[in-house]
Design a protein around this ligand. Structure first.
Ligand SMILES: [Zn+2]
Ligand SMILES: [Zn+2]
Length: 240
């Protein structure tokens, strides 16, 4: 969808469902993603994190398949946590649009060339049908539209499982994640740099596993792009 068409839709939608700030819930004009107050109060993760591992307290010594991280917000801030949970439940685009703008800003500022395409971390088919959307895919669409690059959502897949990751330790999670995802066979990413996006980065196990699959298809570089990153690598709140 072009940016102009997207703006028309946002304008019309605002008449029926007035636009709200995803962080505090205040009414905001149709053409912004966030209210002025939240915009000045929230810490922007991209200004603080290690560009490689994505953590404020660098964990680059841990093995990692993604080569760079762009993350807009800190998940540990209360309004961010609320906004991410709403994003998962409702699919409201504001936090994704906000993240896409922030990522575009940092790419320009740090001379990071636009990648070939943006690929969302997949959700199990059953789960996506039940929820009606995959929030990682919404973020991918916003980033794709903002940077003018395609979204590829038929390259990574996830098995349906009822078993969520919430209460597992790092090593156990890494093991479990390995059996959750698989890649399509007919696509080659030979020589390409791609974005891999998800709503939250916690241990990075999910992004790691998906990045490994993309490298298996020939990608030379994978840039993780997320709405928010946790301050630690141990809180078990990752997962769809
Ligand atoms: Zn606000
Ligand atoms: Zn690091």
């Amino acid at each position: 969808m072009t940016e102009i068409l997207d703006r028309c839709i946002r304008y019309l939608l605002d008449i029926v469902f007035p636009n709200r700030c995803p962080f505090c819930g205040k009414f905001i004009p149709w053409n912004v993603y966030i209210c002025e107050e939240c915009s000045s109060e929230l810490s922007m993760a991209n200004d603080f994190i290690c560009r490689k591992c994505g953590k404020r307290k660098c964990v680059c010594e841990l093995p990692r398949q993604y080569d760079m991280t762009l993350a807009s917000l800190f998940y540990n801030e209360k309004p961010v946590r609320k906004a991410i949970i709403d994003f998962k439940n409702t699919g409201d685009e504001n936090i994704a649009g906000f993240t896409a703008d922030d990522i575009a800003y940092h790419m320009e500022k740090e001379n990071i060339p636009a990648p070939y395409a943006v690929i969302p971390v997949p959700m199990g088919k059953k789960k996506q049908r039940k929820r009606g959307h995959n929030q990682a895919e919404i973020l991918a669409r916003c980033i794709g539209r903002r940077l003018g690059i395609p979204v590829i959502n038929n390259i990574l897949f996830k098995f349906d499982t009822d078993d969520e990751q919430h209460s597992h330790g790092r090593e156990e999670r890494e093991e479990r994640v390995k059996t959750l995802f698989y890649a399509g066979k007919d696509i080659s990413l030979a020589g390409k740099t791609v974005f891999l996006c998800d709503d939250v980065m916690t241990t990075g196990a999910t992004l790691n596993e998906c990045a490994e699959l993309l490298k298996g298809l020939g990608a030379v570089s994978v840039i993780a792009a997320v709405c928010a990153v946790t301050e630690t690598t141990t809180t078990a709140e990752e997962g769809n």
